[in-house]
Design a protein around this ligand. Sequence first.
Ligand code: SF4
Length: 374
Amino acid sequence: MQGQEAENDMQNLKLAEILEKAKAESMLSHEDILRLLETTEDQFGCVAQVARELREKYFQNKIFLYGFLYFSTFCKNDCTFCLYRKSNHSYRRYRKDRAEIIAAARALADSGVHLLDLTMGEDPLYHNTPQGFNELLQTVREIKRETQTPVMLSPGIVSPDVLQKFKAAGVDWYACYQETHNRTLYNRLRIGQSYDERMGQKSLAKAMGYLIEEGILTGVGDTHEDIAASILTMKRMEAAQVRVMSFVPQENTPLAGWKTGSHFRELLIIAIMRLVMPDRLIPASLDVDGLRGLEQRLNSGANVVTSIIPPAAGLAGVSQSSRDIADGNRSLEKIIPILNRMHLEPATRLEYQAWLESWPAHPACSAKGAVQCG
Ligand code: SF4
């Protein structure tokens, strides 16, 4: 018993040391991250506290808000974790036309979001036809002209020429989630898709001047080692936005019966990402637990609310394809009171634009105050 107590004391001391390092913005090692991933729900408060302090240092109490427009749920790929995989014939797909996409973008921009996230499956209509992306390029140009709002595009893997054309059309961000940086797990999740091509596409986009978002899934067979490796990879690749989402099993997919635990691991990873990458954008997605999960994610150090979806546009989410959408719970009217209650506030559009322009040149500053755990 005494031996166990001594071991617990040692572990708490180690955790406190790591949190001190994080506050001082010293580089956290792979081993440090592995220790942080052992954090229990009882210990989480002090990890989240440091994560919030670091968020405040770089972002004060300002939160960015992203509108989400999943405009085509057709896909030529067969990812095992995804509702929209091509083999799922039981899902009724949709593809929005230009007028519908622009109308939804306008409604989101008018509601006050800072960014429009345009996402699609790898829809064969766009990917496999010569004229495929011309229509979408024109749609993006019109959205930029009409809304003057930053745009993130998630089109999947496209040719360098197409990527360059979207940049020229005014797209600011390229998002292309690896979901894991363990190649074996990747091959089980993203069936038949090249790991290196996907990573290379993000390097190419970055070289073209895009901001890039990288993302991981958790609860899908990932180990602590995998998560630690992913966090350090995302830091190294200078992804300006880094996201984690809990895996939610989807009906009629190979992982439909996968046993998942609580979403605490997602909260912990959000906090650890903030400790390792204090100046990055880290989303609190409404896509996993809807509005009721927002406060927990913000309390863990997230500084962007993503997957805000207009209620009447017939649009889907990703992991929870319909949660909280029809009843308007993914709207700013429902989100802002939660921010206010937490003494947070939406950034202005100018503040978001200033952040985009300043990345990645952020001043480092030092932290004060000791951390105690256990
Ligand atoms: S994760 Fe993306 S690429 Fe994979 S099946 Fe789903 S929509 Fe297609």
